[in-house]
Design a protein around this ligand. Structure first.
Ligand code: AMP
Ligand code: MG
Length: 458
């Protein structure tokens, strides 16, 4: 499913410079009263040759932002626009973070180290540019859990507590502060294309398309590079939507500025995992209309892709862009089925049968209160436990009986349930807030990683 970390030497490659000065504004990190290392992701640091850093060096780079060797001399607050809840906003951009470094991994993929909570930039508007420690802890939990469930996601690379008191309307305040570094497969968003279209700059649009094709998709630009990119992006973003559904995940803020052109999921704010397969479940309290509710996420991603197509019109005819958009439904369905079978741990019986199985599973869950994580754990390898019943459930198990386990070793079939529901998130945070006890967080991360290893076993 998703790419696993593989050791690689440190290889700086600040390619962003090739996009010219208008891609971002040089900024400085805020200076913080304290820098206490709370989380370092050595698993992924090894994939970019940074796991050998001592804690002191680590804090120097990821708490104080001393440039990495041969990398960006100054951080860049990236420029972008975006539709926020379907309203176009030309006043956004990196308001509390920046691009810090770019590196190649063992597959020569271009990865970014980007920040959250490094202080104000030209795009901060009325914000303080800071991140709460709770926000950082929540992002660790979301990224670890999604990665385990096979979702292509940014990785939480580092969290350093910064010793400030922040005031927030949606957290008991004052609250602790942190700076987070994420490792991600680019920070070029659909909103990056929208800004260039808004500025009506065809030359820069072509340059951006070229950058994304060559550096992020490893593709050779063809006769119509914009159409080529549109096809690739539809495939990746349809897969991202499918991945969210199979993970039972609600991102919460699927605005165009939060959609990475590589289809890698990122920027975790009010996210939640859906306890049951409730189509209407929302994550963000400010999403009163349920625009980004669980089952509306695939449609939201399609709408976002339409905004990419509209931006690419600047350099491309509409026909091939529309053709790519029209392939979304079929590609989403194919990804949904593939991922659903993967999480169930069963072999395919052909697309039509698989599609019927997934539909029956969705129905069985919608018409019951079976927790999603338990549903997958209990049926893993095609097993049928005897705790659930009902008409819809029976239709599902009748189909599942025709499926074979995808695992070679029967011992691997039984998988303990691993979920990440809001109550547990709050309990993990409470231990930190009340007693500065980080053990529940680290225990949970270890349990999630073990779950991820078990899911990948075949
Ligand atoms: P988000 O919903 O996190 O994707 O953020 C949307 C926009 O608001 C982006 O331009 C962010 O950089 C900006 N933003 C969010 N929180 C803050 C903050 N505390 N200070 C400054 N800008 C922020
Ligand atoms: Mg964002």
């Amino acid at each position: 499913m998703n790419l696993q970390p593989s050791p690689a030497p440190y290889l700086a490659d600040p390619k962003i410079a090739s996009l010219g000065a208008q891609i971002g504004d040089p900024v400085r990190a805020a200076s913080f009263p304290k820098a206490v290392l709370r989380f370092r992701n050595d698993r992924w640091a090894a994939s970019v040759g940074l796991d050998d850093l001592s804690d002191t060096q680590w804090i120097d780079h990821f708490g104080r932002f001393t440039p990495l060797p041969g990398n960006l001399p100054e951080p860049l607050a990236l420029r972008y626009h975006g539709h926020q809840f379907r309203v176009y906003n030309p006043n956004i951009g990196d308001g509390r973070g920046f691009l810090f470094a770019q590196l190649r991994d063992h597959e020569h993929r271009l990865l970014d180290l980007g920040t959250k909570g490094t202080g104000t930039t030209p795009y901060s508007r009325d914000g303080d540019g800071k991140l709460t420690l709770k926000g950082a802890v929540r992002e660790i939990l979301a990224t670890e859990m999604l990665e385990a469930l096979g979702v292509e996601t940014s990785k939480t690379f580092s969290v350093v507590e910064t010793g400030e008191e922040l005031w927030r309307g949606d957290e008991p305040s004052p609250t602790r502060s942190a700076v987070l570094v994420r490792l991600s497969h680019s920070h070029i968003r659909i909103g990056t294309f929208q800004r260039i279209a808004f500025e009506d700059d065809a030359e820069r649009m072509s340059a951006l398309v070229h950058y994304v094709l060559t550096n992020l998709y490893g593709a050779t630009p063809e006769e119509n590079p914009a159409a080529q990119l549109m096809q690739l992006a539809v495939g990746r973003i349809a897969d991202q939507a499918a991945a969210f559904m199979v993970a039972g995940f609600v991102h919460g803020v699927l605005n165009t500025d939060n959609i990475n052109i590589t289809g890698e999921s990122f920027d975790y704010g009010p996210w939640r995992f859906n306890p049951t397969w409730n189509p209407h479940f929302t994550a963000a309290y400010f999403d009163q209309n349920g625009l980004y509710a669980f089952a509306r996420q695939p449609e939201a991603m399609h709408w976002n892709l339409a905004q990419l197509a509209i931006s690419l019109r600047l350099i491309c005819d509409s026909a091939p862009l529309v053709e790519a958009l029209e392939s979304y439904g079929a590609r989403f369905q194919a990804a949904l089925v593939r991922r659903f079978l993967w999480r169930l741990g069963v072999k395919t019986n052909g697309f039509d049968a698989d599609r019927a199985l997934v539909e029956a599973a969705e129905k069985a869950m919608i018409h019951s209160d079976i927790p999603i994580a338990e549903f997958f754990a209990q049926h893993r390898g095609g097993r049928i436990p005897n705790h659930w019943s009902g008409e819809h459930y029976a239709s599902f198990t009748a189909l599942l009986e025709g499926y074979q386990s995808n695992m070679t070793d029967d011992a691997d079939v039984s998988l303990p349930t691993c979920s990440m529901l809001i109550d547990e998130v709050e309990t993990i945070w409470a231990a930190i807030a009340e007693r500065n006890d980080w053990t529940p967080l680290h225990d949970k991360v270890n349990a999630i990683r073990q779950h991820g290893r078990a899911l990948r076993q075949r």
